[in-house]
Design a protein around this ligand. Structure first.
Ligand SMILES: NC(=O)C1=CN([C@@H]2O[C@H](COP(=O)(O)OP(=O)(O)OC[C@H]3O[C@@H](n4cnc5c(N)ncnc54)[C@H](O)[C@@H]3O)[C@@H](O)[C@H]2O)C=CC1
Ligand SMILES: CC(=O)C(=O)O
Ligand SMILES: [Mg+2]
Length: 371
């Protein structure tokens, strides 16, 4: 198969979908890899490293799209790329369609086979391609929030760890999955007083076994959120209903009861956000203020630390990319149910229930489109 690796064009996105090490493994299996020039530059991989690994360097995205059977990105295609996708071509990348009707409609029009990293799911419910990026974003959420709490950045002037004789800051983490546990661990490590909420009692039991003493676990209910938000210096939104739009758990009314200069980091923004007042921001303009509370809502947080994130992401994506390349999408989906769950839009049909539900579109099971 011919596989195209595109340069990311989303604002301040410096990850790349395949490393030279991945190219070497792909070419050893007989696949041809086309890499758009400078696609790896932000992650520390120049064109020569890709050439040495066996890739061909291509000057333009249009050429990569035109020549490839499967194109790989990190983030969703941008409007300038919609017209470059074609019927039957595989697109393998993060998509987050339930939060983006315009992108969903554009992909439907292309007729391409659109497989989303974030909905590939193992039998145990885990999301193997989202997990490494959630680890990064969860850890980053606390370092971003700690900085924004400084008064020169508009924050209320609290040091999360406190000092001897002065109490630490309060961090409320909503959602105790991968983002949540990583954020809570970082905040605990800094010495903050951390409250971690989840709606799954089994998950809370697990967390109570592994989290340090300064992490308090509570069942997530509207009443608990309404009460705890009032004393929080930092709130981190980390909920997920896989592939579906995020539930809105913090309302504008709740925000009005918060401390002025407190910080909200809505990591779940890529699925639409879990605060009523959230809207997606970029690394170049990451924050805005609503009800005197600072909001950080960057939808591609790991893009800011590409040297870490590219390696973490491609460690996870490569085996799936290899399987798609070796077998083609139909056989790969037939033989591997994890990949079948990645199907979001195929040949103009919406094949993921959470996306169909978000926009009231007809849902077509991917299995019915496989010969
Ligand atoms: N902004 C960014 O750059 C990035 C965003 N993300 C996003 O972060 C979000 C979280 O991802 P993960 O932690 O990997 O998901 P996960 O599936 O590991 O965890 C989600 C957790 O939310 C819990 N939950 C569901 N409903 C809840 C409720 N009402 N109250 C409290 N908890 C609830 C679930 O029980 C689960 O434990 C996703 O939307 C993901 O796409 C992930 C990486 C980067
Ligand atoms: C998960 C995601 O949206 C990202 O890594 O950018
Ligand atoms: Mg989007």
């Amino acid at each position: 198969m011919i596989i195209g690796i595109l340069k990311e064009i989303k604002t301040e996105e410096h990850r790349v979908a395949m490393t030279p090490a991945g190219v070497e493994m792909m070419t050893a299996r007989g696949h041809e890899i086309l890499v758009e020039t400078r696609a790896g530059a932000g992650s520390g991989f120049d064109d020569d490293l890709y050439r040495k690994a066996g890739a061909r360097i291509i000057d333009t995205a249009a050429d990569v799209f035109a020549r490839s059977d499967m194109v790989m990105h990190v983030k969703e295609p941008q409007p300038s790329e919609y017209g470059l996708l074609r019927k039957g071509q595989i697109l393998f990348t993060f998509l987050h369609l339930a939060a983006d009707r315009a992108l969903t409609d554009a992909l439907i029009k292309t007729g391409a086979v659109c497989i989303a990293y974030e909905t590939i799911q193992k039998k145990d419910g885990s999301l193997p391609l989202l997990t490494p990026m959630s680890e990064v974003a969860g850890r980053m959420a606390v370092q971003e929030a700690a900085k924004l709490l400084e008064m020169s950045n508009g924050g209320l002037g609290v040091l999360l760890g406190g000092v001897p004789g002065v109490e630490p800051g309060n961090v409320l983490v909503i959602g105790g999955g991968v983002v949540g546990i990583n954020a809570a661990k970082m905040a605990c490590g800094l010495g903050a007083r951390v409250i971690l909420l989840d709606a799954d009692l089994g998950r809370l039991r697990y967390l109570s076994d592994v989290m340090p003493k300064n992490c308090f676990l509570l069942m997530s209910t509207p009443a608990v959120i309404r009460e705890r938000i009032q004393t929080a210096d930092v709130v981190i939104g980390a909920v997920l209903l896989a592939g579906a739009r995020a539930p809105r758990l913090v309302t504008r009314e709740m925000l009005k009861t918060m401390k002025k200069g407190a910080v909200m980091v809505d990591v779940a923004i890529d699925q639409g956000g879990c605060f009523e007042t959230s809207r997606p921001t970029t690394h170049t303009d990451p924050v805005f203020v609503e009800e005197q509370v600072i909001h950080y809502c960057v939808a591609n947080m790991p893009g800011a630390v590409p040297r870490t994130s590219t390696l973490a992401l491609t460690n996870a994506t490569l085996p799936y990319a290899l399987e798609l390349a070796d077998k083609g999408w139909q056989r790969a989906m037939r033989e591997n149910p994890e990949i079948a769950l990645g199907a979001n839009v195929i040949d103009g049909k919406v094949t993921f229930p959470g996306v169909a539900q978000a926009f009231d579109y007809e849902y077509t099971p991917a299995a019915s489109l496989i010969n």
